[in-house]
Design a protein around this ligand. Structure first.
Ligand SMILES: C[S@@+](CC[C@H](N)C(=O)[O-])C[C@H]1O[C@@H](n2cnc3c(N)ncnc32)[C@H](O)[C@@H]1O
Ligand SMILES: [Zn+2]
Length: 928
């Protein structure tokens, strides 16, 4: 294949626009079909679309035509079909790590001749069918899903009435028998039920301590009242109490002030991280810590007894006498902001416990007795004794789910149509069921300021929670079965519009065992990222239910697939041995996969990989797998936003953790060259490119620029099959290459490109670091730029990484609040420039008559100060400084670079302009 659009510079110029739309998709513009069910790290559709199309189109394809094709000028391009005819009908495309299928879905929408999506895990395989294949049945499918969905809901009515009465559900938690007074005390992490802000656009505070003032749509909390041996949980509903729809209030974590009147919200009485829990009856704090914490042991006791009870070994009474047990706190009706809470009554408790009796009557095959992965304690619940899946549910939940399973299996027989059509309908109904389960289990929790219910997979796994929410499948509330079916219908309305003439094939394969009858033209894929998500273990949460409706021959996915999964979790080796789950294991599997892909890809084909980690380690793994082992060469790289909805990114603190790197690979690295030669070649080629782009005014510097330049550097390095002169073999050689050559060359190429373009010289490594941080990261609204440790590796022109301590002692960085975050020593952005500069230690130092500069940046800062405060004395001051320090020229070089390319809103822009003569006219003097 000749050069493709994705490999061209002009395509790079579109990245910021694609990026903007991609970010919207991860926020408020989410594709509706994503609400059908949750899957981890789904890629935005616009990026899948843009990169797939650009990998198939020739380099000279007009950019405006391309933009129209992918609908880039629409606010949310993914809502529209791409404008294509038969452009791609002769191509075959493969995604061997298809996940929830963003990439193949867009290939299908682009009408690519043949689209192959393959996945290791049965769960994802079923979801892929729902996303990519079954929508082919069109409207009829929607009508039938509605029809049979209604029938399913109807079949549950009697049981719902019996088990939930007229209520939508309950908020509950765990109660523990106090070792001191003998009462069972509920343990509640926080007593809030609803704290809904008046308008959506008001920002939500990050920290719980924060004071929030404004209008609240709802303010409701619980209050425990002890009298003697009895405990009541009262509901304090301020809307009711004040008879107001919206309440103007000031709210902190533990109080609300309305019109000067103060309402105290009780503090939670449990905090597992601190092994802290207190009895509500006698105020005693429970003993023990960590694994030996009394509360943990008590909950383990419940889980052991729960098992014995189900096995018929103990009575219900004995179960109820466990040291801990689930308990109901309040019940509710209605939905959303109209939720109405009330106190739990004895009858509610009776029904709750009676359901445990009934549990013994249900078909044991409907109870997921499968083992939770026993080692992944960080992501799962085994540390609390919830080591089998049914233990994540109470009896009432298990009874309802059993009914649903029975009904779904009955419905399958009733559906009119061929086997595949029956399977399609059942698949969507099952997905609705799974979505309901993630909201209706003992791992859900109260989320007072947004959705009320936080589902079980909010984090990267499923974790133990207090304050769980239990809901009736038929309630009109987020996460109910009724609502989940609505999401399916909405999702299907979306998906049937994506139908095209593509031939779609969905496979359930380990990439390393994948064989295809014909080679493919392009592979576009998004491999797993080391320890990001342990897919087999966490998606078992769905699988153990799924398999009861859509059968698979494996007990759990983790037992079957962990050794095949390309991921890191050191704990895995405890069960599987052989270093399974180690970083090395992951890397070797990834290398094997890339090697496999060389067999599947046509010789002139393209491999496009999305990769989410910007850590140096990730680059080493990728280059090892792709280049060193599989002999692919890199022809371009791009940076794109794919931030996950569940990831809380500390914005501003890092070198763009929220970006994915897209790498374009081609087959056949060839020849050999010495590393020093390659390095020279790369610096000269790439710095020329940087300076040309700069003079053409085309280069807007950002972290994306760094990735783009890195791609150029890599395309020089990886064109050779062998690079001589590296230290060691295998992974060691690649590590040497990446940390000592690839990153330093990239930083140097940018700096030399800038220097060439502007006509100055910068060589001090500290200056390089400072200049690159200033240019690649945008100025923060307040304060100074902050970054993570990786920047020390990335932004360094000499080999290895910059020494943290040196940078600190030379006053270039300071350690911010946590050890992982470093702050640049620069004038703060929110200050008046003179004041901000005056606060820098080096300026203070000179004002005290000392001239102990340790690097050119400090001289630069001081000169900035002079240029603003005593501009008429600037020239003299520069002359004087020359006698005291050798850093003056480099300081002035920084000014020239900043005057040209620093963003206008940076506080150092103006003084840099003055210093470089644009304002005061020392330009002449500088050049002369
Ligand atoms: C990052 S996710 C892909 C997400 C997808 N692009 C999307 O938008 O939904 C990576 C996927 O690779 C799968 N995977 C892990 N090891 C695999 C293997 N050996 N063969 C095939 N798939 C594998 C995981 O189960 C996971 O779904
Ligand atoms: Zn007590």
């Amino acid at each position: 294949m000749e050069k493709r659009l994705i490999e061209s510079d002009k395509f790079s110029s579109l990245i910021p626009e694609i990026d903007k739309k991609a970010a919207k998709e991860k926020g408020p513009g989410r594709p509706v079909y994503w609400e059908m069910i949750f899957w981890w790290t789904r890629k935005p559709l616009i990026s899948a679309r843009a990169f797939t199309a650009a990998s198939l189109l020739p380099e000279d394809y007009p950019l405006d035509k391309f933009k129209r094709m992918i609908r880039l000028s629409e606010n949310l391009p993914h809502k529209y079909q791409p404008l294509v005819n038969d452009e791609f009908k002769n191509f075959t495309i493969l995604d061997p790590f298809a996940g929830f299928g963003s990439i193949p879905l867009e290939a299908k929408r682009l009408n690519v001749g043949k689209v192959i999506a393959s996945e290791l895990l049965p769960t994802a395989y079923v979801f892929l069918k729902a996303v990519l294949e079954y929508p082919k049945y069109g409207r009829k499918l929607i009508e039938d899903v509605k029809k049979y969905g209604q029938e399913l809901l109807k079949s549950l009515e009697d049981d719902v009435k019996e088990l939930y009465g007229e209520y939508s559900g309950f908020v509950g938690t765990w109660e523990v028998k106090c070792p001191h007074c003998g009462n069972y005390t509920p343990l509640v992490s926080q007593w809030w039920l609803l704290a809904l802000k008046g308008s959506e656009d008001e920002e939500e505070g990050e920290s719980e301590e924060e004071v929030k003032s404004g209008n609240f749509k709802r303010l409701v909390f619980m209050k425990p009242e002890v009298s003697g041996m009895r405990l009541r949980i009262e509901v304090i509903d301020l809307n009711k109490e004040l008879n107001k729809k919206t309440i103007s209030a000031k709210k902190t974590k533990d109080k609300i002030i309305v019109n000067g009147k103060e309402y105290r919200v009780p503090e939670g009485n449990v905090n597992a991280k601190k092994s802290y829990a207190k009895c509500l009856f006698c105020n005693t704090t429970f003993p023990g810590k960590g694994d030996k914490w009394y509360v943990r042991e008590a909950i383990k006791d419940w889980n052991e007894k729960y098992e014995k009870y189900l096995n018929g070994e103990i009575s219900l009474e004995e179960l109820q006498n466990a040291k801990a047990r689930p308990t109901l706190l309040v019940k509710f009706k209605g939905e959303g902001k109209d939720l109405e809470f009330s106190e739990v009554e004895d009858e509610d408790r009776e029904i709750f416990w009676r359901s445990f009796e009934k549990l013994r009557d249900i078909d044991i095959n409907h109870i997921p007795i499968e083992k939770v992965a026993e080692y992944a304690s960080r992501r799962t619940t085994v540390a609390w004794g919830m080591n089998k899946f049914y233990k994540l549910f109470n009896a009432r939940q298990l009874i309802m789910f059993s009914k649903i399973i029975t009904k779904l299996n009955e419905l399958r027989e009733k559906i009119e149509g061929d086997e595949e059509y029956k399977e399609a309908i059942i698949t969507y109904l099952t997905i609705a069921f799974l979505n309901h389960i993630r909201h209706n289990c003992m791992l859900s929790s109260v989320h007072p300021n947004r959705t009320f219910i936080a589902h079980a997979l909010t984090f990267r796994g499923f974790a133990f929670t207090w304050n769980w929410v239990e809901i009736s499948p038929l309630a009109d509330i987020i996460g109910s079965l009724t609502r989940s079916l609505d999401h399916i219908i909405e999702g299907l309305e979306y998906l049937i519009q994506t139908n095209s003439n593509s031939q779609v094939e969905i496979l359930n394969f380990d990439v390393n065992e994948l064989t295809l009858s014909n080679k493919v033209d392009v592979i576009v894929t998004d491999p797993p990222y080391a320890d990001d998500v342990p897919y087999p273990e966490v998606s078992d949460f769905y699988y153990v239910w799924l398999k009861r409706i859509i059968p698979f021959p494996y007990s759990t996915q983790w037992e079957e697939f962990v050794p095949k999964d390309i991921g890191v979790d050191e704990e895995r080796s405890k069960t599987f041995g052989d270093g399974v789950g180690s970083y090395e294991y992951f890397r070797n599997r990834l290398a094997q996969a890339f090697n496999k892909l060389t067999e599947i890809l046509k010789d002139d084909g393209l491999l496009i990989t999305f990769y989410n980690h910007t850590s140096p380690d990730a680059w080493i793994s990728l280059l090892y797998a792709g280049w060193y082992v599989s002999k692919f060469r890199i022809t371009a790289t791009h940076a794109i936003t794919t931030e996950d909805e569940t990831r809380i990114t500390a914005r501003n603190t890092t070198i763009s953790l929220d970006k994915s790197i897209v790498i374009v690979w081609r087959k056949k690295a060839e020849g050999a060259k010495h590393i020093q030669e390659v390095r020279k070649e790369a610096i000269s080629k790439v710095s020329d490119w940087v300076s040309t782009m700069l003079t053409k005014q085309k280069l807007k510097l950002s972290i994306d620029t760094y990735i783009e330049v890195l791609g150029k550097v890599l395309s020089v390095f990886t064109q050779y099959e062998k690079i001589l002169g590296l230290r060691g073999e295998g992974i060691n050689a690649v590590e040497d290459l990446v940390t000592n050559y690839v990153f330093p060359t990239t930083a140097q190429a940018i700096i030399e490109g800038l220097s060439k373009g502007i006509g100055v010289r910068i060589s001090d490594p500290y200056t390089v670091y400072y200049v690159l941080v200033k240019l690649l990261l945008p100025p923060p609204k307040k304060g100074v730029r902050k970054l993570d440790n990786n920047s020390l590796v990335f932004l360094n022109i000499s080999s290895g990484s910059l020494d943290f301590k040196d940078l600190q002692s030379k006053g270039v960085i300071s350690v911010a609040d946590s050890k992982d975050t470093i702050a640049l020593v620069e004038p703060e952005q929110d200050q008046d420039a003179i004041t901000a500069l005056e606060r820098l230690p080096e300026v203070k130092m000179v004002l005290q008559g000392k001239y102990d500069f340790s690097n050119p940046i400090q001289v630069f800062h001081y000169l900035e100060y002079v240029s603003l405060k005593y501009s008429d004395k600037l020239k003299d001051e520069i002359e004087k400084l020359r006698e005291r320090t050798r850093f003056v020229d480099e300081a002035l070089a920084i000014a020239k670079v900043f005057a040209k390319v620093l963003p206008d809103n940076d506080i150092e822009k103006e003084p840099s302009k003055r210093l470089s003569g644009e304002k005061v006219g020392i330009e002449r003097w500088l050049n002369g």
